[in-house]
Ligand binder design. Structure first.
Ligand code: MN
Length: 206
């Protein structure tokens, strides 16, 4: 995993997203932000199309998937998750507006964050991802419980395209039928919605 793709897609003179080559000076860790090591974050990103970006801290980067319909606690729903470029750890708490015309132009909030771990007995995360199946346990503020990420197309094809995965909640105590991410729109970091961020409103005290 590495970050040249992340850098090559962005013009850091125009986007407020973090440039990992210049250190993480933009957003000092807030007390509520999960400590480094085993974190996950999900950004709600209104780009050309709305999607949610699931990011898992693995080996010093944020391995990332774009989930068009958003994650869910509903175990009967299989959500498409398109693997995208690894993001730097400094992206973790990013909220802001990426200008129109730039890669991913649109507004971004921290929709959920917390900790994740491989399910007991699961190989280490990098190995599991290469094998195309990662069973994980998530402890976030909105999402909880067991999930599985399963790659749906073969490795050879995935090397040439953006690999497609399915994100599925397991049938466990945290499962909730009919649960929809769109019913929970506020940022866990700032209390803002995407509309608030787009309008330049400040973080709400919580
Ligand atoms: Mn995105």
């Amino acid at each position: 995993m590495s970050l040249p793709t992340y850098r090559s897609k962005r013009d850091f003179r125009r986007t407020p997203e973090p440039d990992d080559r210049h250190g993480d000076s933009r957003s000092p860790a807030r007390s509520r932000e999960p400590q480094a090591g085993g974190r996950f974050v999900i950004h709600r990103h209104r780009a050309r199309r709305l999607h949610y970006d699931l990011r898992l801290e693995i080996d010093g980067v944020l391995a990332s998937w774009a989930v068009p319909r958003g994650p869910t606690l509903d175990p009967s729903a299989k959500r498409l998750a398109v693997q995208v470029e690894d993001h730097p750890l400094s992206y973790f708490g990013f909220e802001g507006v990426i200008p129109a015309g730039q890669y991913g132009g649109g507004d971004v909030i921290v929709w959920d964050w917390g900790r994740w771990r491989p399910e007991p007995g699961q190989a280490n995360a990098a190995t599991a991802l290469r094998a195309g199946e990662l069973k994980l346990v998530i402890e976030g503020e909105k999402l909880r419980g067991g999930f599985v990420l399963i790659r749906t197309d073969g490795w050879a094809k995935s090397c040439r395209t953006k690999p497609k995965w399915l994100l599925i909640h397991r049938r466990d105590d945290a499962a909730v039928h009919g649960w929809d991410a769109e019913d929970h729109p506020a940022s866990v970091k700032s209390g803002r919605t995407n509309e608030d961020v787009a309008a330049g409103r400040r973080a709400k005290s919580r």
